[in-house]
Write a protein that binds this ligand. Structure first.
Ligand code: PAF
Length: 277
């Protein structure tokens, strides 16, 4: 596996690499990321290379404290990527991604990044930063496909819509959320939960499961809120929406989505609603 520390090294690697399957990450990798890398390595087999990008993107953090404490575990990340079958890790410095002397374009945001009033409302500026960095890396790497986890469901829809418009030759490949055995969705931020908070956080996946068989959107939303509040969690949102637009649900596939703070940690999770829908 190659470690590409800057754009010049990426450019040296690129010509012989064949079709690239890109795994975008901010590092602090866990088993959820590992499933993305394994899937990417499988997709790239015989035709190209699976490349993991590791870059803690400053422009998508609306909370400076969250950026400052974002975990950095490069040594362990590289071991995970190697074990999962990646051909290369690309981990450039922020000064190269955002050079002082030239502005890096923020693509115009798709409606799903501004209209739902979910992550867009609670993390202003976040999707502008995500779209900016994703497009920057896509332009540098020119991947055939990029693999994104379903845990950040709104991000997945935003990136898909942005990519269809800006770089239609790149396919966005979604992968299911990986959970701990007790149901907690894996996240790099879970390490900041103490034991009591972690137990409380289990109410989030429990709320999604409890709502999954409740008929009717309103009743499902009430069920999620009740399960959360009973565990001492006041959600930022606990809603059922159209799975693509994240607006009020219609006839198409729907998604239940929750965001909540547990202690100092903001957690998000989602599931198909109704179950198997
Ligand atoms: O999901 C993430 O880890 C980040 O938002 C991403 C897509 C790597 C962009 O920085």
């Amino acid at each position: 596996m190659e470690f590409l520390e800057d754009i010049a090294e990426l450019e040296r690697f690129r010509p012989d690499a064949g079709e690239i399957v890109l795994i975008p990450t901010m590092g602090a990798l866990h088993a959820g990321h590992e499933s993305l890398v394994r899937h990417g390595a499988e997709m790239a087999k015989g035709r190209g290379a699976c490349v993991v990008w590791i870059f803690v993107n400053p422009t998508q953090f609306n909370d400076p404290a969250d950026y400052a404490r974002y975990p950095k575990t490069l040594h362990a990340d590289l071991a995970l990527c190697r074990r999962a079958g990646a051909q290369a890790v690309f981990a450039p410095q922020a000064s190269e991604i955002y050079p002082k002397d030239s502005a890096v374009r923020v693509p115009s945001l798709p409606a799903v990044a501004t209209a739902p009033q979910l992550e867009d409302r609670h993390r202003p500026g976040h999707f502008a930063g995500v779209c900016q960095v994703v497009l920057r890396f896509f332009e540098l790497v020119r991947p055939r496909a990029a693999v994104f986890g379903e845990k950040d469901w709104q991000q997945l829809q935003v990136v898909r819509a942005m990519t269809e418009r800006e770089m239609p030759e790149t396919r966005i490949e979604p992968m299911p959320t990986v959970r701990d055995p007790d149901g907690l969705a894996m996240s790099s931020r879970n390490r900041f939960l103490d034991e009591a908070e972690r137990t409380r956080a289990l109410a989030i996946s429990r709320a999604l499961r409890a709502a999954a068989d409740v008929p009717g959107v309103q009743a499902a939303e009430e069920t999620m809120r009740r399960v959360l509040v009973e565990s001492g969690i006041e959600p930022e949102y606990a809603v059922v929406r159209d799975g693509r637009t994240l607006l009020a649900p219609g006839a198409g596939p729907k998604r239940a989505l929750i965001a909540a703070r547990v202690g100092s940690v903001r957690l998000i999770d989602n599931a198909a609603w109704p179950a198997g829908g």
